[in-house]
Structure formats: C-alpha cells, structure tokens
Design a protein around this ligand. Structure first.
Ligand code: CO
Length: 188
C-alpha cells in the first residue's frame, strides 16, 4: 500500500475514530504486507531525503487505522537511551498488542505529543502511565513477545494502542488547563 502524507487519514475524517478489530494469526499475506509497508513508512520517514522525495512526515509509529484499515496492527521505531545512557533502537511490528499492566505513576512529554493524523496544533500535557507491560505478536522477531516499557517507549505504545480505540492524543489534554501539572508524573 502506498503510504504517504496524502494517503494517511487525518482527524477530519471520521474513520480515524473507528474501533479496530483483532487480527487473525498467522497473518494473511495481505495483513503482513500492510504491516511491513507501515514499518517501512516509519523507517523512511526519519530519512530526510526519502521524507522529502516521497512526502513522508517524520514519525515514530503508525497504526493500521491511520491508513484506513481497522485492524490491531502498529509499527514502531523509537530511538532512546537505555538505563546506562547508551543509545538503543526499539523496532516493533505488533499484532494484537494489549496492555496487560500499567503503572499508577504517570509520565508526559514536556513538548507534548504529535500524530500523523493530526495537522492542527494541540498543545498541552498528555498524561500517560509511566510504565506499561504489553503483550503482542511481533513480526520483526516473528514471535509472541512481552514488552516492559518505560519512558518514551511507554508513551509511544500507549499513543499507538489508543488508535485502536479511536482515541487521539489530544482527547487526554485537559481542555481548561492544558499545562496543568500532573501530580507525581515523570516529565520526559
Ligand atoms: Co498517532
């Protein structure tokens, strides 16, 4: 599937609010091909030359509903640092991911969140769980995995899994006081 900034569904299109369904495993050829195309989009989107040439907006994740397919599939590429401060790249092609536990402690991005499906500015803090445990089938490693995520990766996972419920990041922003402090939250 051709995925670029023109084909990605925006929040002005009500399909972005659709609830996604479980995907049958093993993956059909069609589902696998879509998930690989989504992953390639995310990888290419942070390559300046490719982004310019193919009209890609930089992203760390994309979910299938954003290309009009209401199925629980998401591709994520996150560059972060591990607990020793060394650079680490997380790459996932997740099928039917599910949050099985989440911390009470919250976290938020100080710069706010962005989304390929959101063009207009929505400033404010998006409260998320600081840590989540996610179970999924992962096409990168071709096995069932459990991800124990904290920090930025935890936020990206929650953002993408929200898309399965038709939820967008700004739904979580306090409308009256977008920068209201979140008690005990970790700022990222
Ligand atoms: Co998004």
């Amino acid at each position: 599937m051709l995925i670029n900034n023109d084909t990605i569904i925006k929040d002005t299109d009500e399909r972005i609010r659709q609830v996604s369904e479980d995907v049958e495993l093993p993956l059909s050829a069609e589902d696998e091909s879509l998930l690989r195309d989504m992953f390639q989009y995310v990888v290419d989107s942070t390559d300046e030359e490719k982004a310019e040439k193919f009209n890609l907006r930089p992203a760390v994740g994309i979910s299938a509903i954003q290309v009009g397919v209401p199925k629980k599939m998401t591709a994520i590429v996150v560059d972060d640092t591990d607990k020793n401060g060394n650079p680490i790249r997380y790459e996932f092609m997740l099928v039917n991911p599910k949050i099985v536990s989440s911390s009470i402690q919250q976290a938020y991005l100080s710069a706010g969140e962005g989304c390929l499906s959101v063009v207009s500015e929505h400033e404010g803090y998006v409260p998320r769980s600081a840590r989540v445990k996610v179970r999924a089938f992962d096409l990168v490693t071709n096995q069932y995995i459990e991800i124990r995520a904290a920090g930025y990766l935890a936020i990206v996972l929650q953002h993408e899994l929200d898309h399965f419920k038709g939820i967008l990041f700004y739904d979580h922003i306090n409308a009256k006081d977008p920068y209201r402090q979140i008690p005990g939250a970790i700022e990222i």
